[in-house]
Ligand binder design. Structure first.
Ligand code: CTP
Ligand code: MN
Ligand code: MN
Length: 495
């Protein structure tokens, strides 16, 4: 039997490396100006732990993590090019000021009981091709799913600008330009250090002439003229405002703008506009749901939903997904995957959950989508479209007292309320589709898009939120799909 679980990734215990206990307590630091970092590669975790302990006992400061605090990097048996390439990928602000040393310096220093003077023989020299005016960039794949990306963005000045351009193209329905800027932003988010000149981006994929020109301008003048123009553009600002309402997409926003509407109040008061129930809820809770959701708020909602789901079925499984699963500190909503090992009972579980939330008085809005999932119709023709699982787009009431550390304070809003409204998505795949659904709902959008593209182009496979299929055995061109008799049933279940 499967245990009911709520698995927030951030509660996972950190893997500890032996000897990685930080500066030892009780031992006097004798050389505060020297901060060592021992490279584990080739040295091995055990020896690294032993050497760190030895150094600490002799009054040296040994850092567990390579940060800008480190003054001396010590490496054993590593080749200079590989070591330097690795160091450059760490995103240090001033790597040139760090002494990169061979273990011989460390051993000499341990013998002497003090940091010995640096000699040429101790140093591991950076070997850069003379002809190259800029250090080579780390090699990055064209596919987002093949790039290592942290939540730390070192190139926000460019990615923010690209996001404005992408959005502006989206509003004008120029899909390929929009995607080009989203791709470029995604690539730059994988670069582990700030780009100081466009030359450093020469080897990066997915950066075309337009994106490079924008980067050049930002580097030279601190801003892009094109982006500034968009930001001052009335239409852009209005479309941004209108689409910030839950339930209002770019097309509706454009219609309102063309109809002469300029404020949210205009839209509410215009007698010719009939809002649907999603938009009504969007307007009603606009202020709250425009405000980002913190991790503590997401966790609190997870606890509430988990407890409620367990009250319905002891087998319920709830997992946090979306941006928070990727480690983001804030999100525009909170995404959950809900399932049960009881076959065919997922949607009932979701409906009962929503019902229970309503009875608890915390359901402010629900847009439920019934399951249209049928394995016999898989893979679907438009496999990039929304998945077929039952799902609910909700707005929930979250009380201050339910959140560790309380709700975030919303600037300029002190109406004495002890709660806020939060957008929550809950999707319920059948248990045997769980792995694919979790993969598909973790995001980011670019990661998912490229994962599918990678499967299709590189492996001739079809991936979506429902499964993975061998493309060589599937006929994609004949909708509606007959029940497949050619053995093209789902190939592999991940995990
Ligand atoms: N998703 C999906 N089908 C939907 C809605 C979303 O597959 N009908 C996927 C999206 O592709 C995304 C993930 O679910 O990968 C989460 O979507 P969303 O909440 O929009 O984005 P986040 O990455 O969570 O960003 P944020 O933190 O701003 O919420
Ligand atoms: Mn989300
Ligand atoms: Mn979502």
């Amino acid at each position: 039997m499967l245990q009911a679980t709520m698995l927030p990734p951030m509660r996972k215990r950190q893997k500890r490396t032996e000897g990685a206990e930080g500066p030892s307590f009780g031992v006097e630091v004798k050389f505060p100006e020297v901060r060592l970092y021992l490279v584990e590669k080739k040295m091995g975790a055990t020896r690294r732990g032993f050497l760190a302990q030895l150094a600490r006992a002799k009054g040296f400061l040994v850092e567990d993590i390579l940060s800008d605090q480190v003054t001396h990097v010590v490496s054993e048996q590593n080749q200079a090019p590989g070591l330097w390439a690795w160091l450059r990928g760490r995103g240090l602000k001033n790597l040139s000021a760090v002494h990169v040393l061979d273990i011989s310096w460390f051993t000499d220093s341990m013998k002497e009981g003090r940091p010995v003077a640096l000699e040429a023989r101790h140093r591991i020299q950076d070997i850069l091709p003379e002809a190259s005016p800029h250090p080579p960039m780390v090699e990055l794949s064209r596919y987002a799913c093949k790039r290592r990306t942290s939540t730390e963005n070192h190139n926000e000045i460019f990615t923010d600008a690209f996001e404005v351009l992408a959005e502006s193209y989206e509003f004008s329905q120029c899909d390929s330009q929009c995607l080009a800027f989203r791709r470029a932003a995604s690539v730059l988010k994988s670069v582990p250090c700030p780009l100081q000149h466009v030359g450093a981006a020469a080897s990066l994929p997915c950066l075309g002439g337009h994106t490079r020109a924008v980067m050049q301008e930002i580097l030279q003048y601190g801003q892009s003229c094109e982006v500034e123009k968009i930001l001052c553009n009335d239409r852009y600002q209005m479309l941004k405002l209108f689409t910030s309402v839950f339930g209002v997409g770019p097309k509706t926003a454009e219609k309102w703008y063309r109809g002469g509407l300029r404020t949210l109040k205009d839209a509410l008061e215009d007698p010719s506009i009939e809002l649907n129930s999603m938009q009504k809820a969007g307007f009603l809770h606009h202020k709250d749901i425009s405000q980002s959701v913190s991790r503590a708020e997401a966790m609190a909602l997870g606890d509430i939903l988990h407890e409620t789901a367990l009250g319905i079925s002891a087998h319920a499984v709830l997992v946090l997904t979306g941006g928070f699963r990727r480690g983001k500190a804030f999100g525009h909503d909170v995404d959950f995957l809900l399932s049960t090992p009881e076959k065919g009972k997922e949607e009932i579980l979701l409906l009962s959950l929503v019902d229970s939330l309503r009875r608890q008085g915390i359901l402010l809005y629900c847009d439920h989508h019934t399951s249209t999932f049928d394995i016999n119709n898989m893979p679907g023709v438009s496999f990039e479209a929304m998945d077929h699982f039952a799902k609910s787009f909700l707005i929930l009431r979250l009380y201050d007292s339910q959140v560790e550390g309380g709700l975030q304070r919303v600037e300029g809003q002190d109406d004495g309320r002890s709660w806020r409204a939060v957008r929550v998505d809950v999707v319920t795949p059948p248990m045997e589709r769980y792995a694919f659904a979790l993969l598909g709902w973790t995001g980011s959008r670019q990661f998912e898009r490229d994962l599918r593209r990678f499967a299709r182009k590189e492996n001739r496979m079809l991936l979506d939120n429902h499964g993975l299929w061998d493309n060589t055995k599937v006929l994609l061109t004949a909708p509606p799909h007959p029940a497949q008799t050619d053995g093209s049933s789902p190939l592999v279940l991940l995990g």
